[in-house]
Each structure stands twice: as structure tokens, then as C-alpha cells.
Design a protein around this ligand. Sequence first.
Ligand code: S3P
Ligand code: PEP
Length: 432
Amino acid sequence: MPAKALSGRLKAPGDKSVSHRALILGALAHGETRITGLLESEDVLNTAKAMAALGAGVERTGAGAWTVLGTSGRLATPDAPLDFGNSGTGVRLVMGAVAGSGVAAEFVGDESLSSRPMRRVTDPLDAMGALFETSDGRLPARLSPSKLHGIDYTPPVASAQVKSAILLAGLSADGETCVHEPQITRDHTETMLAAFGASIDVRRDGPASTIRLTGPQTLTACNVDVPGDPSSSAFAIVAALVTPGSEVTLTGVMDNPARTGLIETLREMGAGLTVEPGPDMAGERTMTVTARASTLRGIEVPAERAPAMIDEYPILAVAAAFAEGTTFMPGLAELRAKESDRLEGTAALLRASGVDVETGEDSLTVHGAGPGGVKGGGRTITHHDHRLAMSGLVLGLASREGASVDDVAMIATSYPDFFAHMAGLGVQLEPA
Ligand SMILES: O=C(O)C1=C[C@@H](OP(=O)(O)O)[C@@H](O)[C@H](O)C1
Ligand SMILES: C=C(OP(=O)(O)O)C(=O)O
């Protein structure tokens, strides 16, 4: 049953990437870091537990308010495996943060995380002198006490997690660590390291970036007011665009060009979006975004834009299903290495509801059915993937027959308030 229009105003949930980093940098720093607006999702809470197990004093003082008493870089040996649940960001960044601390640690995760590639971080960290043992490149992984030296490295995949792991390891390594990114990825680690007092040099050259820091360095505690998450905001934005009569406003959304590829893409598709500047938070600009139901048209999304919207392709594909014409999305090989194979998962989600989709090795093509043209009736198989779950539910809202998902539990890994926020916008989603 298609839902009625969405309307209302929401404060965007805290950004997941900034939340992980606030806890990790706070734990490495000297002094007490106060965090407000922390995203209290399962992924982030697992990082909080890991940093506590590594010796930081991590305390919740109110809703979204946390203090982290840092270790001044002297991490403790955890007495149990560090369990990161579903979170690639948590495990990969903490591997980097712990690598040169001289402690031993074991890293584990859930079924989805245990199937994801870890050599992309353990290879460069081992080249810095770390002693990681993985299970054929996957979790569980074990670190033996290690001493690091700097590295000059160009990651073979565009990945902020890989970049961040190396930079965090560089803090405890002897000498210069340099990361070259041919295509810039989200730059929160660089921005936040500088805010925590690191001496770090970031040079931009067109789409490329080179980051240098010389270790060892100790960070200084810094208060972090977490801005809103553009990736989570995408669900309400697209829901409003494709559901006739809707208008929703999201406030406090982080406005960082390495994160806002979806806004640019939706505008090219003809979306009725109004963006107004908001206050700066944690060194980031924020914006208020208003989305109105619109007739979208299919476009070709530039492959180079993928890093700036890598988590948004499933929900973009849903928008494309309601567009007139074809949307071609190239440059998506990385989607196969997320919580699930998101390229195939997204295609299956759309096909189950009657949308005509093609997948290539690294591309997705959606032949839009136009406003009101998506039949619906499909059931999304989520494969432990929160973004497929939320995308399947948004598709159901505006399709003729509605749609269901097999499991909503994983939504709590990134957006625990998803159902409450959708209810606040006037739509009750029923877990099926
Ligand atoms: O650094 C981060 O916070 C993230 C980086 C991205 O992963 P990759 O680095 O694997 O692209 C993204 O998909 C993830 O949700 C968060
Ligand atoms: C890919 C994601 O997260 P992670 O890699 O941290 O599991 C995501 O949130 O879409």
C-alpha cells in the first residue's frame, strides 16, 4: 500500500564517520574529549567499547553526550577480542590506531564483517612493520606487539578507511607517513587530526590529495559536536522526492564536498532541493536541505563522483527507479566489498518490485518506471546490510503495491532512529 506524503522537519542523525573518529582520536589523545551529538548506533557503540577495552575512559553523560579520557597514546592490552560487529570503519580504523602501540589485540566481527577484505589495511600496516595475522585476508585478525616506521603509500582502491588506518598508524610510527589519493575520499580523519593538535600537511591538487604526517605524535583532547550524516539523511530526502505531495526539511546535514555527491546527482536528475547554509560543526560546514516531490529524469552519474556518495548508491538506485528514462552508474566495483555485495543486492531489490535493472562488473543501470510507475510487491533480501534494508523500505513507500524487507535489525548499525524519524515525517513503517 503506497504511503501518504511525507512532511515535516528533522534534525539529521549524527554522522557515523565523524562519530567513530571522535571516539578513536579521543582515546589516543592526552586529556578529556567531550562529544555531543554522537551517533549512538551499534557500529559506533562497538567502537566505544573497543576504545574502552584499549584503556580509554569512555563514559556516556547524556543523550549523544560522551566523554573520552584519553590514553596519551599508551593503549592497554585488551583482555578479550575486540568485536566490531558489522562495522568496516570501526575495525579498519582501530587496526591502524592500535598497530604501533606495542599491544597485542584480536579483531572480530559479525558474519558480514568477517566476509569483507582486510588485506587492504593489513598489507600497508604490515609494510610499516605491523605484525598482523588474518584468516586468509579476513577476520578474525590478530596483531602481535609491533613497532612501526613511516610509509609512502598510494591505496589501490579509493577508501577513506584505508587512508585513515595508515594515518592513525603513522601517529605512532617513526618518521614520515605519506598517503597519496588519486581521487579524494572523505577527509574527516585529516580534518579531525588537525583539530586534535596533530601536525599534518594536506595538499590538494584537483581531485587528488597528498597527506603527510611525521611520528611519533601525541594528540590533544578536543571537543567534538558531531554534524548530521548526509548518508542517513539520503533516505528521507529520496523518500520525499519520490512520494507525491511530500516536502521534508533536514537540518544540520554535513556539507562536505567529499560527502555530497548524492545532492549534486539528484539535482542533475531534476530534484526539487533547496539547500541553505547552517552553522559550522566540528570544522565542517552544515546545511539545511529541503526536498519536495519531483519528477526525476535518468542521467549518467560520473564514475569519479563515486567516492563522494559511495554509501548512497542503493538509495540513488531507488530514486532512479521512479525517474523517467535510464540512469547509468559506473565506477561501482567497491560496492561489492560493502556489508553485502551491494551492486547485486540493489539490483535484486529493484527487480523484486518490477524495475528493469542491469548490472555490469562495476556498474548499475536502472531503467526508470517514472512517477507512479513502480509496481512494488517485492521483498528485499538484506544480507545483513542496513542500507539495503532502508532502501527497500523507501521503495515500498512510493510503489503501487508497497514492499517489504526480510530483516530490519541491521538498520540499528547506522540509523537507530530511522523508524522514529520516518514516523515523525508522517509515515509508519511496519517491520514485516
Ligand atoms: O571512513 C569512513 O568513515 C567510511 C568510508 C567508506 O568506506 P571505504 O573506505 O571502504 O570506501 C564508507 O563506505 C563507510 O561507510 C564509512
Ligand atoms: C559501508 C558502510 O559502513 P562500514 O564500512 O563502516 O561497515 C556503510 O555504512 O554503508
